[in-house]
Design a protein around this ligand. Sequence first.
Ligand code: DC
Length: 232
Amino acid sequence: MHGNVAIDGPAGAGKSTVARLLAQKLGYLYIDTGAMYRALTWKALQLGIDLSDEEKLVSLAVVTTIKLENTAGGTIKVYCDGVDVTAAIRQEKVSNHVSIVARIPGVRRRLVELQRQMAASNRVVMDGRDIGTNVLPEAPYKFFLTASLEERARRRYQELIVSGREVDLETIKEEIRRRDARDSQREVDPLQPAPDAEIIDTTNMGVDEVVSKLVELIKARTKDPLQSSCLR
Ligand code: DC
C-alpha cells in the first residue's frame, strides 16, 4: 500500500478535479477539505450568524456534523447535519465568505481534527490549503498545484458559464485575488507549499496531463517496485 497524498494550492488551480481522479486511480478515498469549510459557512449563512462573531462560529463548528461521501459514480456528496449541501456550497455567496470562516483558529482546529480522523482510518487523497503543512505533515506524497491568476479565473468562469450562470471574468478574477490574499495572509496555517512538496504549475496543462504527472511522481517516489506496479 502507498501512503496518503496531500494536494494543496490556491483557488482554481484544478486541485479538486485532479485529486478526485487521482483518488479513483489509486483506489483511495477523496477528501475535499474546502467542501468542509464551505459546508460550515453555508450553515452559518443559513442561520444568519454574524461572521465576525468568532466564538459563535467555533461553537457552530463543534456541534455541526459534516460528512463527505465518495459515490460509486466517482463524484462526491457533502452533507451538513444530514442535509445534502453538495450544490448549495458552490453558491457565490458561500465562495465569497468561506475564507472569512476558514481563518478562525478554533474552526480550523475542529475541522482539522475531523480531517485527521478520516485519514487515520482510510488511504486518502486530501486536497486543501494546509494539508501538506499541517493536516498530514507525514504524508509521503505532497503536491502544490498552481496556475496563473488569469488561467484560474478563466477556468472558474467556464465552469460557471457551463452551469448556466451569468458571470463576468474580471469580477471572478477580483474575487479569486481577494480569496488568495486572505488564504495566504491569515495567521493560522496559511496557504503555502510544504518544504517537501512538489510544485506543479498547471497553467498550460490539461487535467489528464496533471493526473498522469502525479501518478508518475508517486511511482518515482515509491521505493518498493511491487507497490509501484499497481499504479497504471
Ligand atoms: O478549495 P475551495 O475553494 O473549495 O476552498 C474553500 C475555502 O476554504 C478557501 O477559501 C480556503 C479554505 N480552505 C482552507 O482554509 N483550508 C483548507 N484545507 C481547505 C480550504
